[in-house]
Design a protein. Structure first.
Length: 437
């Protein structure tokens, strides 16, 4: 990987792309530290120090924003509205025929879906920004902080609308920065911004573990966490690269005097076909009951039960529900993202077949059978990786935003592998060596 980056910096046009990407990253990180108008910055920092290690319900979103959410900056919402909009559009493509037709139209249809994604991102940013401002005004953003209700001193309508507009504009700027990286940088812009947001929280989280440790002034815990992180990175790389290759043979056809087909290829089915989406879905769904309980008044029995079992990550009921939801969403996402009938029909249309399997419906049934078989280990692997923060809670007394948690490590490794592959492919296009030199 380091060799690929070194060779990329030696290539003039790739060096310009890398430097442009680094410049956009610097702009993005600067924006995560600029507070929005109407916020008392001193009170925010006081509450962050009080709530350090216990970020509660907003820990996951704060991680995706690179720590900007709890500081209430112009990039407080980060890339989360775009991620949510992309997932919603991807799910609606299966349900709405119009979106499915646009997806099949090629580049023009993809551009139209991208435009819809942008509109939905802005709408979600307005909704989430309003919720964040209302939470900050009520003091619920930092539970237990004595000055939490004084974060927004002026609670007039004008100031509230200004805060929401600024955060929405910040989300639009983040979306624009990601598209700039995709168009003029090394590509995969949104994923790179997500990578940077998560990686930015690693040093502080690791140092907090060292400060909280008791063995050898915390260095034993620090070293153990580093070793666990390296092991997890190796495990994630191994599983993310694993795939089941189904051989496909194309029959030879004679059209005039020319021969077509007669080639062999394969369909790559990844073990973890769903990626990190099931973990995000499961985390978001489990946050909903706790969020409702936090904003509800009184001490009803259902609120007490939720606060006892669905708020703390080390509760057995929370662990079981989290694991089962990840497995369920893994199968659900694979079912809507990969259509065996469509793949079988396309193979039959172009004269392709799986050796030993008849074309058409038997091929679709075989693909569905194989996909279900490999999704089981993939979903179980996702569930186990996501439970690492829980084990950290028990073993090291770390917070629920353990630096090498399931969501963060899956995204960082996945984006890192994809970025390296893109750089290597661009290097091959510019430094191709044939058989004759």
């Amino acid at each position: 990987m380091l060799t690929a980056f070194a060779r990329a910096f030696k290539t003039p046009d790739l060096r310009k792309k890398l430097l442009f990407t680094l410049g956009i990253i610097v702009v993005y990180r600067v924006g995560t530290h600029i507070p929005i108008p109407g916020v008392d910055y001193q009170n925010v920092q006081t509450c962050i120090d009080v709530a350090k290690g216990n970020q509660g319900l907003f820990g996951l979103v704060n991680m995706f924003s690179g720590g900007a959410l709890l500081q209430i900056t112009i990039f407080a919402l980060g890339i989360m509205p775009y991620i949510t909009a992309s997932i919603i559009l991807q799910l609606l493509t299966v349900v709405i025929p119009r979106l499915e037709a646009l997806k099949k139209e090629g580049q023009a249809g993809t551009a139209k879906i991208t435009q819809y994604t942008r509109y939905l991102t802005v709408a979600l940013a307005i909704l989430q920004g309003t919720g964040l401002v209302a939470t900050a005004r009520s003091g619920a953003l930092f539970s237990g902080c004595p000055v939490a209700s004084e974060i927004v001193p002026d609670q007039s309508i004008f100031v509230t609308i200004t805060m929401v507009i600024v955060m929405t504009a910040g989300t639009a700027v983040v979306m624009w920065l990601g598209e700039l990286i995709t168009d003029r940088g090394i590509g995969n812009g949104m994923s790179i911004l997500m990578f940077i947001s998560i990686a930015a929280t690693f040093p502080a989280a690791l140092w907090a573990i060292k400060e909280q440790g008791s063995l050898a002034d915390g260095w034993i815990e620090f070293g153990t966490v580093i070793l666990v992180g390296l092991f997890m990175v190796g495990l994630v790389v191994f599983v993310e690269q694993a795939q089941r290759r189904i051989p496909v043979q194309y029959a030879k056809r004679m059209i005039g005097r020319r021969s077509y087909g007669g080639t062999s290829t394969y369909i790559p089915l990844k073990v973890n076909q769903a990626g990190v989406i099931p973990v995000i879905f499961a985390s978001s769904l489990l946050y909903i009951p706790a969020l409702i309980a936090q904003f509800s008044s009184g001490n009803s029995s259902w609120k007490t039960w939720i606060e006892a079992h669905l708020v703390q990550g080390d509760d057995p009921i929370y662990i079981a529900l989290y694991f089962l939801l990840i497995v369920f969403f893994a199968f659900f996402y694979v079912a809507i993202s990969f259509n065996p009938e469509e793949v079988a029909d396309n193979m039959k249309k172009y004269g392709g077949f799986i050796p030993g399997i008849r074309a058409g419906r038997p091929t679709a049934e075989y693909l569905s059978y194989v996909l279900n078989r490999i999704t089981w280990p993939g979903s179980l692997y996702l569930g186990l990786i996501a439970l690492v923060p829980t084990m950290a809670l028990v073993g090291f007394g770390a917070n629920q935003n353990f630096p090498f948690g399931g969501t963060s490590i899956l995204i960082i490794v996945g984006v890192g592998l994809e970025t390296v592959k893109q750089i290597e492919s661009q290097l091959q296009q510019r430094n191709y060596e044939g058989f004759l030199r």
